[in-house]
Design a protein around this ligand. Sequence first.
Ligand code: SAM
Length: 310
Amino acid sequence: MERLIDPKATIAVIQKHQFQFQKRFGQNFLVDAHVLEKIIQAAGVTKEDFVLEIGPGIGTMTQALADAARQVAAVEIDKNLIPILRETLAGWDNVEILEGDILKMDVKALADRYNGGQPIKVVANLPYYITTPILMGLFESGVPLDRVTVMVQKEVADRMKAGPGTKDYGALSLAVQYYAEPYLAANVPPNCFMPRPSVGSAVICLTAHREKPVQVADEGLLFRVIRASFGQRRKTLANSLHNAPDLPYTKEQVQQELERLGLPAGIRGEALTLQQFAQLANGLYGLAGGGPGPSAGTGEEPADGRKERR
Ligand code: SAM
């Protein structure tokens, strides 16, 4: 079976099937063998592994994953790609092509079916318009995860691995780092894709923590506190939390908790570590009104208005 990882082979498949790229599905197909190799290596896939691929496109990465893994399930939303995938993956009997929207799929059931409920590997060149909901959905829904290796917009990769006090640090950094250890495996320029995206890309590896790095009484409260802290970046933490519609605390209560933690009353959210956010959330939990609410998520849109494109 012909390997697709070169621009010529990709063009041939596209022309043969008269495939039209759908911008709304974030379709930018990988056409660089070196980058593909880096992804497979970073993902650490072995013949023991079940791999979930999100958005296989015409099956370029799927072929390489099928060579490396025991079993692959590839979820593709674009029904026009399904007959193409059947053809390009015909040479592999360890690939299941599933038509559907990953955001509506029961990934936990897939992990049960294909991997006996054991931690799975996820590998994807993600559609950038839904990077955050896909990743947060995976982490929050309790899917057993080993490692998630994904191509994302460079700017988003930077935010995922950013630490306190930097411009990229925010709700996404904290949410990702609560669940996983991020590692930037490669920077990828636009000319590695067809068509070329308007933004730079990066491959990021998120290795799931076996044990959460912090213990909190209420995860939902932790993430409401984090979201509120970065919702109004230039305000002090005490003002931001006091103004948040989904938090019941007075400015004085927040300041008291900050003082208890040895932090200045006028501190901003961007200065706090995940550990400090957890301590703050646990302190607030002890006060009246800190009941349960919606969990994690990052509010998706970064507070400073930067958008995820592609
Ligand atoms: N993996 C291929 C590659 O590397 O060449 C294609 C990557 S392309 C950036 C993203 C793929 O995700 C496209 O095939 C697109 O149709 C698919 N996609 C977009 N939204 C999706 C969704 N909600 N669920 C599943 N697949 C989706």
